[in-house]
Structures are given as C-alpha cells and as structure tokens.
Design a protein around this ligand. Structure first.
Ligand code: RM4
Ligand code: MN
Ligand code: MN
Length: 424
C-alpha cells in the first residue's frame, strides 16, 4: 500500500498552527537555521530488511500480523516509512533472506518509492537448508579451508546481487569465535579470517566500500574473532583503502565510551558506517534513543565534529542504518520512533556552539564545557525536525498519522495476521 499525498497534506494542515508556534520559537534562537534544516532534510537513515518483522528471542516470538512476506513487501514497508518521514530513503538487504528474483522489477519498485539500496549484508552465521558445509565452528576463521571458501564465495555472491541493485557497500558481520577457552588458536583464527576477507576484498568493485562490523560476544561467549573496534580496525587497515570499521551501538561491553571510539575512527578515516539501536544490557536491539538519549547525542556530537574536521558530507560519506529488533512493538512504529530519535540527536549536535566549546576546552573550563553540551541536548529540537520533514513532503507527526490511517490494520487485511517476515 501507499499513502495518498493529500492525506499527508491534510494531516499537516491540521497540525500547522501548533507546529508553527513551536517552530518560530526555537528558530528565532538558532543561527543559520535554513542551513541546519537543509542538513536535516538531506540526512537519510537506511532501514534493514530484517527489522520489518517481529523479532524474537530464543524463548519465543510473538508476531503482530501484517508482516511483509516477500522482498517486494519489505520495500513497500520502507516506502511507507519514507513517505511518512522522508528520512528513510534506503533499504539494506540481507542475503539469503532477501534474494532478488528479478533485479529490474525490484529496482523499479524501489525507485517508485524513492528508495536506494544501502549496504548488502552477508550471512555466514546460520546454516541454510541444503548448505554443504556447516558454520557451527565458524566461517571465515574455520580450520577447514573448504568451509572458508564457501563463506568467501557466499560474500562474493552477495556483492553480485548488490551490484545489480545499485548498492555500493558490503557489510560483513561474523559470529566467528569460540565458546570455551582452548577451543581456538586466536592467531590462526585471525589469520584465516584476514585471508578470507582479503579474497572478498579483491572482488569489490572499485567504487564499493567494505564494512567490517565488530561485536563483543554472542553467539560465541568466550571469544569473538572480530570482537572490538581494535580488531576491526586491524582488519580494515590490512585490507586497504576500501575497508572500514562499522560501529553497531549494541556491540560493546557495558559502559564502553562509544563516542570516543567514533571520534578516533573518524580521525583515522576508518569509520565507515553505523548501526543504530539502544540497549540496557547488551545487544538488546531496542528502539534508538529509548534508553540512553544523552549517549546518542554525545555520539552525534563527535560525529558532527569529526566529519566537519575532515570536510565530510554528513549525509553521504558514512553509511547510516538502523539495526534493531522489535519484540513487543509494531515494527513500523518502532522504526518511526528510531528515525525520529536519530534526527533529534543529529539536530542537537548541530546546535552545539563549537567555538565556545573549543574555548572552554582550551581554558580547562570543565563546567562551561558541560553547560555547552547540555544546553544543546536540553533544547527541544522536535519542531526543527518536524519542519524539515514537512518541507521534504513528509508528515509533521508520522506516528500519529500512521495510527490515524490505520496502516497496520490495512497491512493485516492485505497480508494476513499470521505472516512471518524472514530475518531473526
Ligand atoms: C548481528 C549484527 C548484524 C546483523 C545481524 C542480523 O548482531 O548486528 O549487523 O546483520 O545481527
Ligand atoms: Mn549490526
Ligand atoms: Mn547486533
């Protein structure tokens, strides 16, 4: 389904007066507000195909109905999100969950919704039906060269799908590691993985990037072969200029200073992409900004500062994606909330008075530095984000409109209440 344009306009007209009051109040205090709004309009966050269905845990899964049954319906869902917020203009596919049957049709469908294809993701963390060799003891790290080759070939096939769709990056997340001390020789595991990644790297088209995603633990519980940003950076450095580290916010040990990691990776020109989510305990994959909005703001503060220092384009020079799962919420509502949280943190980071912060740092004026950051964080930027969204053709209140138009009920009516999307 697709939302008629007039519905968005009618919704905006209804909200306009109230919105204007809020917007004019905040805009009056923001220097170069037009520039800031343009940055918000340009900023797009990709939606992963696997976040459109209900997620689960190993204990169970409680589906909500109307989930997309095919790649076409996943594109339709992201298209709907993008119509509502104009900030979700890309979809990220996971192979083999989303193997396109007909490239032309899929490309045309995405274009119809104004969507691009973001990074393609490979999957060597599960065994697929009919797969010759098992990944039980790893894929690219595996002691058996034929298993490694199977994993490499799969990644090269993923690149091929991506090329057909117009993607320009490959994300490799490996669950490789070990569950018990002694199970693995760390050096051999590293070297096998490096060699495998090198083979994939040499199959990359010249305009492509390769993102090496790290994760501290799970499904392996003793060691992970790409376990932290240091290990990911080692691989990326050894691979070459097209390889980068990818930061997933849920993939750190508790209390890690992610903003510092981001800052240094950017300094080294090795930060490639981002997976947004939020968590309280581990890789919880909760709605972005639902637990630690100040941390999210601090991360964006470093991103904006670091990208500006390197004269990077905020919207296009890094890969921005949500990587979340929804156990109890409607996935589309959750994704609308996540994108909104990202836009809010980005807008707040754009508000930070950088010269004043640099001066406070020079003077070792710790209290002033904190005031400057918290002033930006405590500013209610929602009217700025809404204004940018409206100017781009989206809804002032996407979630409200989603509910008013009973979009989920329509999807359930069209697709059924027992549908299950591919994914985790
Ligand atoms: C992993 C990781 C990857 C994602 C899979 C589904 O934990 O975050 O990015 O592709 O989950
Ligand atoms: Mn991820
Ligand atoms: Mn994850």
């Amino acid at each position: 389904m697709s939302l008629e344009k007039y519905l968005i306009e009618a919704h905006n007209n209804e909200q306009l007066q109230q919105h204007k009051r809020g917007f004019e109040f905040i805009a009056a205090g923001v220097p170069q507000v037009e520039e800031l709004l343009q940055k918000l309009i340009d900023f797009q966050v990709a939606i992963p195909s696997w976040a459109l269905g209900t997620g689960g845990t190993r204990f169970g899964r409680f589906g909500g109905g109307g989930e997309p049954r095919s790649l076409e319906e996943k594109i339709e869902d992201v298209g709907l999100l993008h119509q509502l917020n104009r900030s979700s203009g890309a979809i990220s596919l996971h192979i083999p969950w989303d193997i396109p049957q007909n490239y032309n049709n899929i490309r045309a469908l995405a274009a119809q919704y104004g969507l691009k294809f973001d990074a393609v993701n490979s999957n060597t963390f599960q065994d697929q039906p009919g797969q010759l060799l098992s990944y039980k003891f790893g894929s690219m790290q595996h002691m058996d060269r034929t298993v490694r080759k199977q994993a490499v070939d799969h990644n090269i096939e993923v690149i091929r799908h991506g090329v057909e769709l117009g993607s320009e990056s490959l994300t490799v997340w490996l669950s490789d590691g070990s569950c018990f001390p002694g199970q693995l020789n760390f050096r051999k595991a590293f070297q096998n993985t490096l060699e495998s990644l090198q083979q994939i790297y040499s199959a990359l088209p010249p305009n492509w990037k390769m993102f090496v995603e790290y994760k501290a633990y799970e499904p392996n519980f003793y060691s992970t072969t790409v376990g932290d940003w240091g290990q990911s950076l080692l691989y990326a450095q050894k691979l070459g200029a097209q390889a980068y580290t990818l930061v997933d916010l849920g993939h750190h040990l508790p209390n890690a200073n992610i903003e510092q990691i981001v800052s240094l990776l950017l300094m080294e020109g090795k930060l490639g992409g981002f997976h947004f989510n939020d968590s309280k305990y581990g890789d919880d994959d909760l709605t972005v900004g639902s637990m630690r909005p100040y941390q999210l703001f601090l991360i964006f503060n470093e991103l904006v500062e670091g990208m500006d220092a390197r004269h990077m384009n905020h919207a296009t020079d890094l890969g921005w994606m949500i990587d979340a799962s929804h156990n109890v919420k409607d996935p589309l509502e959750d994704l609308l909330q996540s994108v909104e949280a990202i836009m809010i943190a980005y807008a707040q980071a754009l508000l930070v008075d950088r010269p004043a912060l640099a001066a406070a740092q020079l003077d070792n004026d710790v209290a002033a530095a904190q005031e400057i950051l918290q002033h930006a964080f405590r500013t209610d930027v929602r009217p700025l984000v809404a204004e940018a969204r409206m100017r781009a053709g989206g809804a002032l209140q996407p979630l409200q409109l989603f509910r008013k138009e009973k979009i989920r009920q329509h999807l359930v009516a069209n697709r059924g209440s027992k549908t299950v999307a591919t994914g985790l």
